[in-house]
Design a protein around this ligand. Sequence first.
Ligand code: SF4
Length: 355
Amino acid sequence: MILPDFSSRLIAWQKQYGRHHFPWQTDDAYCVWLSEIMLQQTQTVTVAEYYPRFWAAFPTVRDLAAAEQEQVLALWAGLGYYSRARNLHKAARQIVAEFGGTFPQRRTELEKLCGVGRSTAAAIVAFAFRQRETILDGNVKRVLCRVFARDGNPADKHFERQLWLLAESLLPENGDDMPAYTQGLMDLGATVCTRSKPVCEMCPMNDVCQARKEGRIGELPRKKTPLAIKQQTVFWLLLQRDDGAVWLQKRPQKGIWAGLYCLPESDSAKGLAEYAGNFAVQAADWEELPAIWHRLTHRLLEIIPFYVRVPCSERLPEKVTGQWVLPAKLPETGMPKPLQSLLENGLRVTHNICG
Ligand code: SF4
């Protein structure tokens, strides 16, 4: 099916019914890039909460490049998928080092940046530089598969190439229309043509949508084969000093929660007991806290935390790496979400001051 007025319908609809209130809806490439990275795998409502804080701390790409990774991860804490934050930081440094602190205006140049794929690069050049490049994220694929009744395996590269070609063929002629058009694609997929229960009455394509005509909305796009989820149990040790400080270790740069601060962890209670020996605390003094369940992409983590109080001591354990972090410093320490909630609920009020 050919639909020559796809873009004009979408642009008119976006101007009247689309979303216009987000703080990142500007023609500043830095703001667009920041929001696009945050919006990958995160709900808009959550991004709307994090974005202003992040932008206030790093208002330009140079500010972000000059920051320490720990500052960036601390502001990202809770958004999940931390590789996005590490890549964002690396890419900011690339922009400063390789492009003099100015965003390149070509999609293919932008794709050389850490963590920037074709769709993200297209969004940046469409919004910031009004270039005729198309986005194609999961929401846009859903809209196209339905409007044009495209039926294929979402994991198939050939099918994906077909969708890119289709998306490119629909672009508006005039580059000035690119911001409204691109926002329209995003808005339609996010607010009207949703995965379940699309609101077809509100859709600017409802009289031409092939999936609707054929009664195939529920089956298009085809579902991805669900990932096999493995369950894993880990044990955490929450050591709290009499002045309230908590013992934290920085995680390695590879693996889950890379670069964030976390509690000592072991895959067995015995391993944790051996570690605790460094602090001269007895396993009999431990208190088992309620288990925490945390879903990662391919894994379901069961975290079993143990709490133990440690007397104040000037001497740090010699054989272990880590540091005591006072309660006042915890909010600015980058840590994974399950640890944030554990500390909110698992810490004891302390009155003794070490000295
Ligand atoms: S008519 Fe319904 S199914 Fe078709 S694109 Fe619009 S919202 Fe989606």
